[in-house]
Design a binder for this molecule. Structure first.
Ligand code: GLA
Length: 395
């Protein structure tokens, strides 16, 4: 048992005076396919082996008592409080999931819950989805419900969209629920079907954290989503039967560029190009062509910086440093943007030297020492004690 699990159990006993069960849900990386999930596109995420844990024990009533060790806070509410308003804090993620599980037809029981994690918050590694999924898995299991992983992902996304107020896509919740250890997944965000994509064992996926935590990211995120909707509305007057930017080809977009404002066109150009790059990156990895995958990752970053405008100075700096280091196939910002991490596809034999050089150069430019982590794709959410077994069964 990891020490974080032991500490969480001890904290649970101290707060609630009884024995909990433990559940865990991972954060994620994404090789390529950024800001395309809410356009019905393709993404290529994998689970991190960093997680949020939920300790839980049922109560005979309908109250949920939540203790977060991460936020050092306790919040209580009643599942029957129909006038539930979001509070604007961490507890909204849990309350939202509970509300939307009940709206989906599950009858939950009251519970005491405690949370902890080793996933940095605000680093673009999807701690919020991990928080939602870990709590959702726990709440369903203790009331005796069978967990349908894809449905749980959808319900958690709905909670974040409608209760927390971030109009995120499905990628983070899906991969936290459905990840497969040892692989990335190529996920079709329209059909929610996925296939494994193997990464050549001679390459490493290395995360570098800028340590920038951007406060305005969720407002900007919702604005980008609106821009995409405006592009679809404009293109719908020219092309029949399109429901999302997924349905638009690059040629069509260029032909009808004048149907929308320049900025909206640039947002759409990122999305249409990124969906194509993601499919081509999957084909490149299938063929063992790491150079091509890296080249597409580089193009992804440039498009996110120039057209989608979700990068920031520190992310650009980190990407520039990476591209100068020998053994790097590709480097790009990852996740929603405006801070957080870059993901780097690096030759395994040179990964250590890469981390060393990156840390030194980023520190000398910014005075900040960047955390650097080599990722090993882990399994999706489950009971913490059975997580290995759950993964084997899911395959
Ligand atoms: C955040 C969202 C995801 C996705 C990424 C960008 O992580 O939660 O749904 O849109 O940003 O690719």
């Amino acid at each position: 048992m990891e020490s974080i699990e032991r500490d969480l159990i001890a904290a649970f006993r101290q707060s609630f005076g009884r024995e909990p069960r433990l559940f865990r849900a991972p954060g994620r990386i994404n090789l390529i396919g950024e800001h395309v999930d809410y356009n019905d596109g393709f993404v290529m995420p994998a689970a991190l082996d960093l997680s949020i844990w939920t300790a839980i024990a049922p109560r005979p009533d309908r109250r949920l008592r939540l203790r977060s060790l991460i936020m050092d806070d306790i919040v209580e509410f009643d599942l029957d409080d129909s006038a539930a308003q979001s509070r604007g804090d961490w507890s909204d993620y849990i309350r939202g999931v509970a509300i939307f599980l009940e709206r989906a037809g599950y009858r939950l029981c009251g519970a005491d819950l405690a949370f902890d994690g080793n996933l940095p918050i605000g680093a673009g590694l999807s701690a919020s989805a991990a928080f939602e999924v870990s709590a959702g898995f726990a709440l369903l299991t203790i009331c005796g419900a069978k967990v349908d992983r894809v449905e749980l992902a959808r319900i958690c996304q709905r909670a974040e969209n409608q209760f927390v107020g971030v109009r995120c896509g499905i990628m983070d919740q899906y991969i936290s629920c459905c990840a497969i250890a040892g692989s990335a997944l190529l996920l079709d965000c329209r059909s929610l079907t996925a296939r494994k994509v193997a990464i050549d064992p001679k390459a490493r996926l290395v995360l570098c954290d800028t340590m920038v935590r951007h406060q305005l990211a969720s407002d900007e995120y919702n604005l980008r989503r609106e821009d995409c909707e405006r592009a679809v509305a404009a293109l719908s007057t020219r092309i029949a039967g399109i429901a999302a930017l997924r349905d638009v080809t690059f040629d069509q977009l260029m032909r009808y560029a004048d149907s929308m404002p320049e900025l909206v066109f640039r947002r759409a150009r990122h999305v249409v190009g990124e969906i194509d790059r993601t499919l081509r990156a999957a084909a490149a990895l299938d063929a063992g062509d790491l150079e091509e995958c890296g080249r597409l990752m580089n193009l992804s970053h440039d498009s996110l910086r120039e057209d989608y405008q979700v990068s920031c100075g520190e992310l650009d700096l980190m990407v520039d440093i990476a591209r100068d280091i020998p053994g790097v196939y590709g480097a790009r910002m990852m996740g929603g943007g405006f801070g957080g991490c870059t993901i780097n596809l690096v030759d395994g034999a040179r990964a250590e030297a890469f981390a060393h050089t990156m840390a030194e150069r980023y520190r000398s430019a910014t005075n900040v020492t960047p955390p650097i982590l080599t990722c090993v794709p882990g399994p999706g959410a489950g009971p913490a004690d059975l997580i290995g077994a759950a993964h084997v069964a899911a395959r």
